[in-house]
Write a protein that binds this ligand. Structure first.
Ligand code: UT7
Length: 332
């Protein structure tokens, strides 16, 4: 049941590193070509954090600093920061701790949340609970990944897909009817076999053998993940619309996780909405995992106004998936 206080997004900012890895550069690295990548995925380029010794926190810090600046927010007012990432700087401490320290959010508690490509959506809903309960007033949700740190640039099936990037949103209480309305979050651990990193965790800690066998890179059964992604995202969005009696015509934008343009097209078709109502950034950023949703909101922010109805939907490793219905809280 909905409480009187809604958690509303009151600002969004994104950051991608300067270096652009084009399809043409990938042609020189693996047996691929611009035409295959464009027609099969919709991706033209992705941004890569090249600087040695820099991790995901660098991306998150840039996004959060920009967010604080543009929303005119004193970092000391931040109560909580959650960072969704699958590529933390280190196993411990949490990348969220590193970000809060760097931006001067000295009164915030912070932690990471890992749910693969659905991490940002899970974190958004987790963070919104602290606002809706009345307990906290300013919560930042970051989605950040340096995917280039876990991608095998000798594997043409995966290296063309991913990019580095981050986005962050500010959540605040709203009593005017704007903000998060309802969500359906799902999971199925049977998905493990189709999308995972074989080594680097406690089951198979790093060793010379695991490094030699290239087991620290993303493994994906692309076809199976593709099929589930289309089916589950379309299903959960339609269920959420039905549950909230939301008509297609009322929806301003669908905000889907950006993994493959063909997945976005197929999901939109199943839902029955035109391409113009789908946020698309995959051509310029590729799949940034936890970065895709806030980067979409950041790119489309100028087109949004208060009262616009949006549905965010994600699908990723785990499997994890879900959808959230919200009304945008600002802009004219
Ligand atoms: O964010 C997490 C969720 N992830 C996803 O949702 C990703 C889902 N999967 C996909 O997006 C697609 O399955 C891929 C883009 C990964 C692959 O596209 P596909 O249309 O499923 O291609 P495929 O794997 O069936 O491969 C078709 C052919 C194969 O050659 P043969 O066996 O037909 O001779 C591949 O070896 O394309 C070949 N191929 C490539 N060719 C040129 C695979 N990668 C490449 C490449 N360049 N980069």
């Amino acid at each position: 049941m909905k409480t009187a206080i809604q958690a509303a997004i009151t600002g969004v900012h994104g950051y991608v590193p300067d270096y652009i890895l084009t399809n043409h550069e990938l042609e020189r690295m693996v047996d691929t070509n611009d035409d295959w990548i464009t027609t099969r995925t919709g991706i033209k380029e992705r941004h890569i954090l090249k600087d040695p010794g820099q991790g995901t926190s660098v991306l998150g810090i840039q996004a959060v600093q920009g967010l604080l600046q543009k929303t005119n927010t004193d970092p000391q007012e931040i109560d909580l920061l959650i960072c969704a990432t699958i590529t933390p700087d280190m196993i411990t401490p949490a990348t969220a701790n590193i970000i809060t320290h760097a931006v001067g959010a000295v009164n915030a508690f912070s932690y990471d949340l890992q749910a693969a490509c659905s991490g940002f959506l899970y974190a958004l809903i987790t963070g919104s609970q602290f606002i809706e309960s009345g307990r906290y007033k300013k919560v930042i949700i970051v989605g950040a990944d340096k995917m280039s740190s876990i991608v095998n640039y000798e594997d043409r099936a995966t290296c063309i897909l991913f990019g580095d990037g981050a986005g962050a949103v500010l959540l605040e209480p709203n009593v005017q009817g704007y903000g998060i309305v309802d969500s359906l979050l799902k999971g199925d651990g049977n998905g493990e076999q189709y999308l995972h990193l074989k080594a680097g965790g406690s089951r198979r800690p790093p060793s010379i053998e695991t490094v030699t066998a290239k087991e620290h890179y993303v493994y994906q059964d692309g076809k199976t993940v593709y099929r589930f992604a289309v089916e589950k995202m379309a299903e959960v969005v339609l269920d959420l619309m039905k549950k909230n009696n939301l008509k297609r015509e009322e929806l301003k934008f669908l905000v889907p996780h950006q993994a493959n343009k063909r997945i976005l097209d197929a999901v939109a078709q199943r839902i029955g909405i035109p391409e113009e109502q789908v946020m698309i950034t995959i051509h310029e950023f590729g799949n940034t995992t936890d970065g895709t949703i806030p980067l979409c909101l950041w790119r489309y922010e100028p087109k949004l106004k208060a009262g616009d109805k949006l549905i965010i939907t994600t699908f990723g490793g785990g499997f994890t998936w879900g959808a959230t219905y919200l009304t945008w809280a600002y802009g004219e």
